[in-house]
Design a protein around this ligand. Structure first.
Ligand code: HXC
Length: 285
């Protein structure tokens, strides 16, 4: 990938990324560090976090890690303390850590609902409140970005805990965008469509036939590439977007629109054939 941003786009930013040791969190950590941010990755397992930090350091960036389960607010506060001791004050947060799986809703146990809602909704609250408290105490501005999904707008069958929790996260970001504007804190969401990661795809798109069907829901018939998402994230977390707050920015290759448009299926027909068919329906003069 050829870098399209200036290498100092995120200079002066110190960004804590939850779930930053794998998947989209790791992709964001690497890209943001390459654009000049100091990056802290936080998650449950230390090995991938350490690996991410090593990769950033090998590329000439600055990074630190601390392990914490975002469901535990005291552990989140301790992780902020640990990375701030190494990197200095954190002024940005990416709420990326998530949990999800496919299940009929009537079969969900208490623990199953809890696991996802506590990671997604409580985890986002714990980390966002922690950063907010620190920024407000220091009188410093900052940015928060939460990764939601396109189904925050619609809900989704078979991923009820995730759909419920992500909608709550979107409401949280929008509420705080108003409440914390006075402190110079911006909060936004990105709503990605399908961007392949081991964590999400192994749980949600098991098997090549289901994956093929998922691709057919995207008009361009391809999944998103990580750099396409991290470009949007970098822009939203940079000083190039000072007036953007309280927003949910969709990045899904128009997958959501395709699914909602009654005649969208024609876009997948051979275009010459589709035109011929439509012309045949036109009344003759
Ligand atoms: C039904 C399940 C289940 C499944 C777990 N549980 N998997 N129930 N179907 N497939 C139940 C367990 O039986 C248990 O309930 C409860 O959930 C907690 O499970 P644990 O394994 O003890 O919890 P934990 O180790 O904390 O794991 C959390 C998790 C797991 C959410 C269940 O999947 C996880 O760690 N996920 C992290 C990574 C991830 O999910 N990434 C995908 C994010 S994708 P009982 O009653 O038995 O005790 C995303 C957006 C996707 O968010 C958008 C796509 C386009």
């Amino acid at each position: 990938m050829k870098e399209s941003f200036r290498g100092d786009l995120l200079a002066g930013k110190t960004t804590l990324i939850t779930g930053g040791g794998s998947g989209l969190g790791k992709a964001m950590a690497l890209r943001m560090a390459s654009l000049g941010a100091k990056v802290a990755v936080v998650g449950r397992r230390s090995e991938p976090l350490q690996q991410t930090v090593d990769e950033i350091a090998a590329a000439g960036g600055t990074a630190a890690w601390s392990s914490a389960d975002v469901r535990d607010s005291a552990a989140v506060a301790a992780a902020f303390d640990a990375v701030e001791a190494k990197l200095g004050p954190v002024n940005q947060l990416v709420n990326n850590a998530a949990g999800n799986f496919l299940s009929a809703s009537e079969d969900l146990s208490d623990n199953a609902f809890d696991a996802v809602v506590k990671i997604v909704l409580y985890g986002t609250f714990n980390a966002t409140r922690e950063l907010g408290r620190r920024l407000i105490a220091r009188g410093a501005p900052g940015e928060v970005l939460s990764v939601v999904t396109t189904y925050v707008h619609t809900g989704s069958a078979f991923v009820l805990p995730s759909a419920t929790a992500k909608a709550g996260v979107a409401a949280m970001m929008r509420s705080l965008a108003v409440e914390w504007a006075a402190y110079g804190i911006r909060l936004n969401c990105v709503a990605p469509g399908p961007f392949p990661t081991e964590g999400a795809f192994s749980r949600l798109l098991p098997g090549s036939e289901i994956e093929k069907q998922a691709k057919r829901r995207v008009p361009s018939r391809r999944f998103g590439e990580h750099h396409e998402l991290t470009s949007l994230v970098a822009f939203l977390m940079s000083d190039a977007s000072p007036y953007q707050t309280g927003d949910i920015v969709t990045i899904d290759g128009a997958e959501g629109l395709f699914s909602g448009q009654q005649f969208a299926g024609f876009a997948h027909l051979d275009r010459a054939m589709a035109k011929e068919m439509m012309a045949a329906l036109k009344p003759k003069k």
